[in-house]
Design a protein around this ligand. Sequence first.
Ligand SMILES: [Zn+2]
Ligand SMILES: [Zn+2]
Length: 257
Amino acid sequence: MLLNFILLFFTALLAGGLAYFIPSWEERYFKLVLVFAGSYLFAITVLHILPELFVESANPSRMGLYILLGFFIQQILALLSTGVEHGHIHHHGHQHASEIGVWTIMIGLFMHAFLEGTLLGNEGSLTAHVHDHAGHDHHHHHGSNNLLFGILLHKGPEAFALVAVLMSVMKKRWIFLLLSIFALASPLGMLLSNYLYESKLLGGETLNVFYGLVAGGFLHISTTIFFESSPDHRFYLNKVLVSMLAFGLAISLEMLL
Ligand SMILES: [Zn+2]
Ligand SMILES: [Zn+2]
């Protein structure tokens, strides 16, 4: 748990720092990294999170509703955050970020990242659950490393985009403070969901509702990345290759880890 906390926090801090110190990297490599991370997120959602949620849910069709609701909630959060969590960086022409206000962006993004973190507090929850019912907990244990890896990959471009957006609208000295606040969101979500489970304040079934919401959010974020990476419907070979590479890696790690 502590290791996950440190990994999540510093991945966000480092990726944000990169945008801060080397802003010229933004254009050339950012889009490809974004497509890679988005594809990876899509892959673990489909390969890992969704199957697990449906298998474990006492009422699978209701789980489907939570996932749709999560998709919708993410749509609203993206209005607040101007799409920072799917790596949307508004350029100088757009005044989006300054119009909408830094605090709105921070609130939308923080809520998203906090929810996302709850998925990682489940070391006890989902594992114990699966163990109780089917006794194949080894499957889950292994997969959750892949889940962590996917979220860390997504955290990178997310933090990078946040700093890039903030740099265009505010003084530099505030940016690290806001970046640190954002970097704490997912670790705090993880600790809270872990605490709620351990203390038995919420049962595994209730926590699975949150995971369903997060899964819906992931579907929104990852598919939006696909859309925005080729808005003109042109075929970009490098993006397709990067996407396939991410799928391949996600599939391999899901089987091997
Ligand atoms: Zn967008
Ligand atoms: Zn996120």
